[in-house]
Ligand binder design. Structure first.
Ligand SMILES: Cc1cc2nc3c(=O)[nH]c(=O)nc-3n(C[C@H](O)[C@H](O)[C@H](O)COP(=O)(O)OP(=O)(O)OC[C@H]3O[C@@H](n4cnc5c(N)ncnc54)[C@H](O)[C@@H]3O)c2cc1C
Length: 422
């Protein structure tokens, strides 16, 4: 299923377009750009969408393991990292998870809830792309790709977009070019460069929701555990740091390169270079119940731990605590305290992240202090808007990043006007 909007042949290059200006030009035909275009088009605006990729919506297509975790039922502003933590509240209130679910239902796209409010398509993620394109078609949106946008200029209240297919003028210019993850899929820092060109501050970008690399030295006896997935409680970041402190109960995956799985991806967004991560393999009540049960006195320490943890992990923890071959009843107070420390406050110092190739999102982006949350417009540059991942609003794992794309796009689309009237 691949509906494309009417193909508009490239016009010959010219310095200034003779055609009437568009009400809105959106650069980036991903989640935010396509959704914004559909909403604005259906409000009667003349909208042009430009993308440099041959195939659009690629991140939607690969998202959620191919099934697109398109929103989370429990979305609140607390599920986002931003230097301006209240910024997301307005857009999320105006268009929330229930609104997007209603749209998905209208298109009769079957979906299911997987884990803590995460909603996935039953079928391929392509159905969401198809829905967004249908919405654009209903709004008579013009979509052109692949088109290279060379630069952008501004004069007499109009924005000029210079491309390899000519120049187009518009009353409103919307940057929806996403973040830096997965460069092989056409990710670019275009929105950040445009922000800088027009003196709009940018929060330094960093890979987030990304696996962490760990040296074999700091993993000690854990290098043998590659492939193991265990539920943990994990903490990262500090309250007085840039994005504060995160605390998650999720699965951790030990890999041959280091640590991954939802627990690590979540923690990576809060983790700062050089910081030690803290995690608990068992909840305090679980560990105390095991320690205090008389029935287990004669078990080896490894055997005791293996009642609640995978055998290989139990053996590795025993080795770290130097309690191999020891019966629980023979383990003294100091050794028990050492083991409790390993189980409840295991720490590891990651060497770094696996970078943009493996990150799911970008932390940082256009500084929201410079944007109006009702319109996503730059306060100092009337008519210039930023939506989606290029903005310094980054969601936790679990459908929040798409919800931000929909919510920020909707806020922008609702406030655009024909002819740029303000
Ligand atoms: C592997 C993976 C899985 C993910 N899974 C999920 C998930 O299940 N749930 C979730 O909520 N989030 C998920 N995400 C994050 C989600 O995909 C993004 O947050 C979301 O796509 C951002 O939407 P956007 O419209 O801002 O950017 P994008 O969807 O990335 O769209 C940006 C568009 O801009 C175009 N573009 C870029 N530069 C230029 C340029 N210079 N000129 C013209 N066009 C340009 C690109 O080609 C692209 O089409 C995942 C991300 C990855 C990498």
């Amino acid at each position: 299923m691949n509906i494309q909007l009417p193909f508009i042949p490239h016009a010959p290059s010219s310095s200034i377009s003779a055609r009437p200006p568009w009400d809105a030009i959106i650069i980036g035909a991903g989640a935010a750009g396509l959704f914004c275009a559909g909403v604005a088009g259906q409000r009667g605006l003349r909208v042009l969408v430009l993308d440099h990729s041959k195939t659009i919506g690629e991140k939607i297509r690969i998202s959620g393991g191919g099934h697109c975790n398109f929103t989370n039922r429990h979305t609140t502003a607390q599920h986002f990292l931003s230097l301006n933590p209240h910024f997301a509240k307005g857009p999320l209130a105006r268009y929330n998870a229930a609104d997007f679910i209603a749209l998905v239902k209208r298109y009769q796209i079957p979906f299911h809830e997987k884990h803590r409010g995460q909603l996935f398509c039953d079928g391929p993620a392509q159905t969401i792309i198809h829905m967004l394109l249908q919405e654009c078609a209903q709004g008579s949106v013009t979509l052109r790709h692949p088109v290279t946008v060379q630069n952008v200029s501004h004069s007499n209240t109009l924005w000029q977009v210079h491309t390899d297919a000519g120049t187009e003028a518009t009353h409103a210019l919307i940057l929806a070019t996403g973040g830096l993850p997965v460069p092989a899929m056409g990710a670019s820092d275009f929105a950040l460069k445009i922000a800088q060109q027009f003196d709009i501050p940018v929060v330094a970008p960093r890979p987030a929701l990304v696996p962490l690399s760990v040296t074999t030295q700091s993993l000690e006896s854990f290098t043998e555990l590659s492939g193991l997935s265990v539920p943990v409680t994990i903490e990262a970041g500090l309250k007085d740091q840039r994005y504060g402190h995160g605390h998650f109960e999720e699965d951790l995956l030990i890999t041959h390169k280091g640590l991954s799985g939802p627990a690590i991806l979540q923690a990576s967004s809060y983790w700062q270079e050089g910081e030690t991560l803290r995690l608990a393999w068992l909840k305090p009540e679980q560990w105390h119940a095991l320690m205090e049960d008389e029935a287990y006195r004669l078990k080896t320490v490894e055997g005791l731990l293996a009642l609640a943890l995978p055998q290989r992990l139990a053996a590795a923890l025993c080795e770290q605590a130097q309690l191999q071959e020891r019966r629980w009843a023979e383990v003294g107070k100091k050794e028990r305290a050492r083991l409790t420390d390993l189980i409840a406050r295991w720490s590891v110092k990651p060497a770094g992240t696996l970078g943009w190739k493996k990150a799911e999102v970008m932390l940082g982006g256009v500084d929201t202090h410079a944007l109006d949350g009702r319109t996503m417009m730059a306060r100092a540059q009337p008519g210039l808007h930023f939506i989606g991942e290029c903005v310094d609003v980054t969601g936790h794992l679990g459908g929040y990043n798409f919800q931000w794309a929909w919510s920020s796009a909707y806020a922008c689309a609702q406030m655009l006007t024909a002819g740029g009237a303000r």
